[in-house]
Ligand binder design. Structure first.
Ligand code: CA2
Length: 147
């Protein structure tokens, strides 16, 4: 089964406990469960990681390449707006990648409008709540099938 790396960035381990008006009430574990259910239906296997550390996220992206992972679904959270290192890692591994965000980053504070990752991923999905992840995984499945 094609393997997909799902990467959650900093503070997403707090989902469902704080800022529920912006990020919803589901916990990260519940989101991962939904992703695993969808993946089973799509015939994909997920390797799901969360880290609060930029370097660790870079390591996961590099390992994905070495493990012959077929695609990356990433919510880099705040690092979306700051991390050249994560951007360079995604560009380096040249894997199909979809950037997702729970909130619509373009309707929020100005500093969230810029994604350093957007230019090196295949596409970005944001603003659909937890559904952004599910839409992103469907998009990745299609990308992998097409290539
Ligand atoms: O909308 C998204 O998915 C974001 O990637 C979430 C990030 C934010 O920095 C991005 O601009 C947009 C923040 C994730 C923090 O998640 C929390 C969850 C619960 C409580 C506090 C933070």
């Amino acid at each position: 089964m094609p393997q997909i790396l799902v990467l959650h960035g900093p503070n997403l381990n707090l989902l469902g406990r704080r800022e529920t008006d912006i990020y919803g009430t589901l916990s990260l574990e519940q989101i991962n469960q939904k992703l695993n259910e969808l993946a089973a239906g799509l015939g994909l296997e997920l390797d799901i990681k969360q880290s609060n550390h930029e370097g660790e996220l870079v390591e996961y992206i590099q390992q994905a390449y070495l493990n012959h992972t077929k695609g990356i679904l990433i919510n880099a959270a705040a690092y979306t707006h700051t991390s050249v290192a994560i951007r360079d890692a995604i560009a380096a591994v040249k894997l199909p990648a979809v950037e997702v965000h729970i909130s619509n980053i373009h309707r929020r504070e100005k500093f969230r409008h810029k994604s350093l990752i957007a230019a090196v991923v295949t596409g970005q999905i944001c603003g659909f709540g937890v559904n952004s992840y599910l839409l992103g995984l469907n998009a990745l499945k299609q990308l992998i099938t097409d290539t």
